[in-house]
Design a protein around this ligand. Structure first.
Ligand SMILES: [Zn+2]
Length: 697
């Protein structure tokens, strides 16, 4: 997942001459301009963000009150550079929300979220500002602008138009209310989910109920119980590092059913944390928003400026992959049924899938993934990740001591280019902190790359977060192959942040459908034999992972792809379906809508979608609404792009890596993403490599 820093643009911050006490507002004379994390207290955020909003308002007012004719410099550029202080402060808070969440942070969010949303509304609906922007936009071809400047003018103009700047006053007012209602509901949605995920646990008292579970899992479950004051017992949680291995390995069917049921029904328990009505209201409000802006559905509105362009293209892509995936899942189901029958199970349920699939896989390939984990010590995987970045792009990473850290558990590294010059800083904060940290893994940041007013490049400060199992006692953190890929994935996002190099904040990002390309592409190197040789060393003996184990793993890796693709695509169809209505009935029930969408695609009853509506965080809070498909879109791109490396006969082909860096990553949103891709690949991507690599051909 990729979380973007608030893209709002940037200017010289107006620092007051008085002695500033709030550490967020002070000038940060820390190494690399890293936020002074140790000094910041939760109560600093609200006043700092208030002040930063005022500073941004003043910058906007200065643009609007100019008596000069609107120009690229005094309007577009000035707008693009405004809000730097706010961006800086809000980035710190945004990261705290997802990795150091607690009740005080929740309280601050409740104040800050509506404030931010109102502020962004005020700007987006500022008529005088829009008039000036439109004036430049209407004359853009006569102003002698270069391509990047023209692109910036387009982006700025469209961001206003798409947010209602051209609407009459009454509709503008309504849109403002709709936006702020959506933003409040999104916040409530994600807070409910964090609470519900932490609230439910399975407490195991009887050792017999641990049957099938791996040693590490049991140690982690014991540590969780210990922390909860239940020493001598074992606790299973609903966070992914706990729930997924449990479902895969627990031999106790009753408990599997219980745990999966709790997992699938998060925020669907008719209590204070229930999200069903919140989802329905969010969907209704987004439709209203789309219609106010002149679109028939929210899907139409969302896709208009994406690489995919329209829903037809999205559904076409989904269908090309759905059929072979479902067929593969049906095949897997045969194995699962045969396996379950040995235990006397005649009707296979969802809670049986992962367990029997893993047994069937083990029987077929005689492959125990637990046997791989000792070779994937966290620190070793990190070395492998650095190795790949070095082989491809010549980058190196140096550990930074004595710099402020966003969390005591985080580590900091400086990224250096081939010539030794700095490309920025990355924090890694990769271990689970249930209740405090959001689920999953993501890449975020404290600062995007940019240029100061003298044309000097300012490097990014990136952060990647994960939920890996932490070291227990003297046992290091050992990653599963999946987690290893996740680590490569998030780091791929970070690489993109280090390599993007454009002049204006308003074009300094990647197209929504493109964002997952650099991350997913980076995963392809994780299990290449040459790379494994470097990093996959047994944490006790130091022996390199035996290649026959790797071969077996790679052979077995695609087993279960039918299920994995099916649950993923089902969630994509769910996202598209929920937002594609042009009318929403009064007693709208999101779960009935969900059932219908899943029935229409013939999803197997034994496979729940990867996310169900009440906890589909991506599409109700994290900006992937009508965007979850982009993971598949990007899979088409990443597989096709890796194929390009393979076709040269050298997965470390540096010439191609250079092309990828300079033709694609460096350029951000300077031009249409498909054009950038074609410059690198020579042609548009096809689904062939995706189906081939996943064994779905
Ligand atoms: Zn990602």
């Amino acid at each position: 997942m990729m979380k973007r820093i608030l893209v709002m643009a940037a200017a010289a911050m107006s620092l007051c001459a008085c002695v500033e006490k709030n550490p967020l507002l002070k000038e940060w004379d820390t190494p690399f301009g890293i936020p002074p994390f140790e000094e910041i207290r939760t109560e600093d955020y609200v006043p700092a963000i208030k002040k930063a909003i005022e500073a941004h308002d003043a910058e906007i007012a200065a643009i609007v009150s100019s008596k000069e004719e609107p120009t690229f410099e005094n309007t577009i550029l000035a707008y693009d550079k405004s809000g730097e202080l706010l961006e800086r402060v809000y980035a710190v808070f945004g990261n705290v929300e997802s990795m150091a969440f607690n009740d005080e942070v929740a309280e601050a969010s409740n104040v800050i979220t509506p404030m931010m949303s109102a502020h962004s509304n005020d700007i987006q609906l500022n008529e005088a500002l829009f008039e000036r922007i439109k004036s430049v936009y209407d004359r853009k071809d006569a102003l002698g602008l270069d391509d990047a400047q023209l692109r910036l003018v387009d982006n700025v103009y469209k961001s206003f138009a798409r947010n209602g700047a051209a609407l009459p006053a009454d509709k503008k007012a309504e849109l403002k209310e709709v936006n702020s209602a959506i933003s409040n509901l999104q916040l409530k949605f994600s807070q409910n989910l964090i609470k519900e995920t932490a609230a439910w646990t399975l407490e195991i008292k009887d050792k017999a109920d641990l049957a099938g579970l791996g040693e590490d899992f049991i140690a982690d479950a014991a540590a969780r119980a210990e922390a909860a004051g239940q020493s001598g017992r074992w606790i299973v949680g609903l966070d992914n590092p706990s729930v997924m291995p449990f479902l895969q390995s627990s031999a106790n069917r009753e408990l599997r059913i219980k745990v999966l049921d709790a997992y699938l029904n998060r925020c669907n328990n008719n209590n204070a944390e229930d999200n069903k009505d919140i989802c329905a209201e969010i969907i209704r409000l987004k439709l209203r928003k789309a219609q106010l802006l002149g679109y028939e559905t929210y899907v139409d509105y969302q896709l208009e400026d994406r690489m995919a362009k329209n829903s037809e293209n999205v559904y076409k892509l989904l269908a090309q992959v759905w059929k072979p995936s479902l067929a593969a899942a049906r095949n897997e189901l045969k194995d699962i049924k045969a396996m379950a029958a040995k235990d006397g199970i005649t009707t296979v349920q969802a809670a049986d899938w992962r367990y029997y699939s893993s047994l069937a896989k083990a029987e077929k390939y005689n492959m125990d993934e637990e046997a791989l984990k000792p070779y994937f010590r966290y620190e070793n995987v990190r070395e492998g990740i650095f190795y790949v970045a070095n082989k491809l792009f010549g980058l190196s990473f140096e550990r930074l001591e004595n710099v402020p850290l966003p969390h005591p558990e985080a580590e900091a590294f400086e990224c250096k280019d081939v010539d030794g010059s700095s490309l920025g800083v990355i924090f890694m904060d990769m271990f689970a902190r249930p209740g405090e940290k959001s689920n999953g893994a993501w890449c975020g940041g404290y600062r995007d790359q940019k240029y100061d007013k003298d044309g000097n490049k300012i490097n990014p400060i990136v952060t990647i977060c994960g939920n890996f199992s932490r070291p227990v006692g003297d046992k290091p953190s050992l990653l599963t192959p999946d987690e290893t890929e996740t680590f490569f994935h998030e780091f791929g996002h970070a690489l993109a942040s280090f390599m993007i190099d454009v002049k204006y904040p308003g074009i300094s990002y990647f197209d929504h459908d493109f964002v997952e390309l650099p991350s997913q592409l980076n995963e392809h190197w994780a299990f290449a034999p040459e790379v494994l040789n470097v990093y996959a060393k047994h944490y006790e003996t130091g022996a390199v992972i035996p290649m026959e184990l790797v071969d077996k793993y790679l052979e077995s890796k695609n087993y279960g792809k039918g299920f994995a693709m099916t649950e993923l695509l089902a969630a994509m169809y769910l996202d598209m379906g929920l937002y594609s209505m042009s009318e929403i009935p009064d007693n709208y029930n999101v779960l009935s809508a969900e059932s219908k969408i899943l029935k229409d695609i013939d999803l197997l009853a034994e496979i729940p979608p990867r996310y169900r509506t009440p906890y589909f965080l991506h599409i109700f809070s994290h900006g992937y609404d009508v965007g979850y498909y982009s993971y598949l879109w990007a899979q088409v791109l990443d597989n096709d792009a890796f194929k390009a490396f393979e076709e040269t006969g050298d997965i470390f082909n540096q010439e191609l890596a250079r092309k990828y860096r300079y033709e694609v990553l460096k350029r951000g949103d300077e031009t249409d993403a498909m054009e950038l891709y074609k410059n690198f690949r020579g042609h548009e991507p096809t689904v062939d490599a995706l189906l081939e690599y996943n064994g779905l051909k």
